[in-house]
Design a protein around this ligand. Structure first.
Ligand code: ADE
Length: 232
């Protein structure tokens, strides 16, 4: 997979993209990240990328030209159409299901907004998707783009060491994950549930299922309802 990130703050990405699983995924050639400053594509003599909103009001709006030109530059030598994703609070709420959908693509372009937002023509004529990572407002789309890079890359083939670990994550089953323990069996008097030490695989699987259901019902009644409905 190739992921191009258009941003005015490319320096924000180095730490996240060059650590842990994302670093390994690049070394394994499962993914290539290109972080591009779209200011470089501005045709304005001062490299301006934003301007006042028509009709007045506070804040600045990202102009279409630098972003259209940057995307045209990226797609000039590609034959398959990429997904072009705007990160913004007005977007579709991001979920594991959306991450799974995006992980099937060959090429993503992530566009990080800043200031009051994008000129509407970017939304209407350029973007294929608009994504929000939650009902809160960030100063820009960069952190949201990192969330997409991370959640999509870990789903790509051969990226996670243990093939099973992505499949057993919270959400991919529709339920939150069951509690996990490791050694010691007794830490300062706090004990690991006996069933996990029993070696009885069927009982362990049953306990985990019950715990996942209980936790989901308590913490995320919305997910629990959906899960129960999906069974019928
Ligand atoms: N940009 C600003 N806030 C955002 C959010 N919640 N999700 C995605 N992009 C954003």
């Amino acid at each position: 997979m190739r992921i191009d990130i258009l941003t005015l703050f490319p320096e924000m990405f180095a730490g996240v993209l060059n650590s842990s699983i994302l670093k390994k995924a690049q070394e394994k050639k499962a993914v290539t990240f290109n972080v591009i400053n779209f200011r470089d594509f501005s045709e304005d003599k001062h490299k301006k990328v934003d301007d006042y909103p028509y009709g007045g009001g506070a804040g600045m709006v990202l102009m279409p030209q630098p972003i259209f030109s940057a995307v045209e530059h990226i797609t000039a030598n590609t034959n398959k159409k990429p997904r072009i994703i705007l990160l913004c609070p007005q977007g579709e709420p991001y979920t594991q299901k959306k991450a799974e959908e995006l992980a099937k693509e060959e090429h993503l372009i992530l566009i990080c907004g800043h200031y009051e937002g994008f000129d509407e023509r970017i939304r209407e004529y350029l973007a294929t998707d608009e994504i929000s990572i939650g009902d809160y407002v960030l100063t820009g789309g960069e952190i949201a783009a990192m969330v997409i890079c991370d959640s999509v890359t870990r789903l790509l083939p051969d990226v996670l060491g243990n093939q099973m670990s992505a499949a057993s994550d919270s959400f991919s089953s529709g339920l939150l994950e069951y509690p996990q323990y490791t050694r010691p069996a007794n830490f300062r008097g706090m004990k690991v549930p006996d069933v996990l030490l029993s070696g009885h695989h069927e009982k362990i699987a049953q306990w985990r299922k019950e715990q996942a259901l209980k936790r989901t019902k308590e913490r995320r009644p919305d997910l629990y309802e959906k899960y129960i409905e999906s069974l019928s």
